[in-house]
Design a protein around this ligand. Structure first.
Ligand code: UDP
Ligand code: MG
Length: 333
């Protein structure tokens, strides 16, 4: 137990995208938790909740503003347009870095059990720089999500990524871990993969997942597929190697075919053969297209990375800290 780590300043970072239905209930629950932790002297009185509005098109930002006006412990950040869950979390964490000792990220629908926070903080006090939240079970997910998640984690492991299976973006990060994370400047962001790569002392907390109470899931199929592609391509060039290996294999089969063709030419019959030709055209054509696609993914991502565009840009900031006006605009980190 490290005394200097007790009663640290906690910033809870909450990404919100079109969460008008869930926001107020969730904010209430988070505030209750914050007050309880303060009262029990587990965290400092300076602890806050930061809502990051990821370019919502509904009333989310108005609700955040309302909460900010009525409660001292709430802050708000707003993107001008939708930049995705990962960027929202990153922005919230890097913003908080200047004010806190550690952050905990949690989804706005509070599907993750807020009561696990004490265990996250305990692990931090005992010396962990990163505390991963890992789901106890996936019972609340549908069949498709369960299957795709399992496949995804298996692929990631195959790609040499040190990811925890069923880890979520419910996670505690100390300021030192955030400083290290800030050094990773990739645009195609997959936090669950990058954070283990930092390599600081870490531990795991298991938590329960509840069904979403208000609103619908904001993770569309496209968003999920993009996240998976980011995860896979940002961690390994193995898929490109696999394409290469496939090419070599096809070539070997091709050589075999030459022998077979010559043999057939002299000793068999050469008419017919329609089916085998058609089959090779389709198989080879398919393999070539697939390979080009995989390489294209990398080239495309390379292009995005070399542009070095900012990952996010704050349109509005709601904060009572000195040096920041209530409605500071256009701040970039
Ligand atoms: N989210 C976001 N930007 C997006 C999509 C989602 O900030 O483009 C937020 C969303 O508001 C929620 C969290 O990410 O706080 C997780 O989303 P959701 O609960 O919809 O995903 P699921 O639990 O279905 O995987
Ligand atoms: Mg959810």
């Amino acid at each position: 137990m490290d005394k200097s780590r007790q009663r640290g300043v906690l910033y809870i970072v909450v990404p919100c995208y079109n969460e008008e239905e869930a926001l107020e209930t969730s904010a209430g629950k988070l505030l209750d938790k914050l007050h309880e932790l303060k009262k029990r002297e587990i965290i400092s009185d300076k602890s806050r909740i930061v809502f990051v509005d990821d370019g919502s098109r509904d009333r989310t930002w108005e609700l955040i503003k309302g909460l900010y006006d009525g409660t001292e412990e709430i802050k708000g950040l707003r993107f001008a347009h939708n930049r995705g869950h990962q960027n929202a979390i990153l922005a919230g964490m890097l913003y908080s870095r200047a004010y806190c000792d550690y952050t905990i990220t949690i989804d706005a629908d509070l599907q993750q059990d807020v009561n696990a926070m004490e265990r996250f903080i305990d692990a931090y006090v005992n010396g962990s720089e990163v505390v991963y939240g890992v789901r106890n079970s996936r019972d609340t997910d549908g069949f498709f999500k369960k299957l795709s998640a399992t496949l995804f984690y298996k692929t990631m492991r195959l790609m040499d990524c040190d990811i925890y299976e069923n880890s979520a973006d419910y996670r505690l990060m100390s300021v030192s871990a955030l400083d290290a994370l800030a050094e990773y400047s990739e645009v195609n962001l997959f936090l669950r993969g990058i954070i283990p790569d930092i390599g600081l002392k870490s531990s795991v907390v298991y938590f329960d997942v509840f069904p979403r109470m208000q609103g619908k899931s904001k993770y569309s199929l496209t968003k999920m597929l993009t996240l998976a592609a980011d995860g896979i391509t940002s961690f390994s060039i193995k898929p490109i190697r696999m394409v290469f290996a496939m090419g070599v294999l096809a070539l070997l089969v091709g050589f075999g075919m030459i022998i077979h063709i010559i043999y057939e030419h002299y000793f068999g019959y050469t008419v017919g053969g329609w089916s085998s030709i058609l089959m090779s055209i389709w198989i080879l054509g398919g393999a070539i297209l697939l390979s080009l696609g995989i390489i294209g993914e990398y080239v495309g991502r390379n292009y995005m990375e070399t542009k070095r565009r900012p990952r996010y840009y704050f349109w509005e900031i709601l904060s009572r800290d000195e040096g920041q006006s209530n409605h500071e605009t256009g701040k970039q980190i």
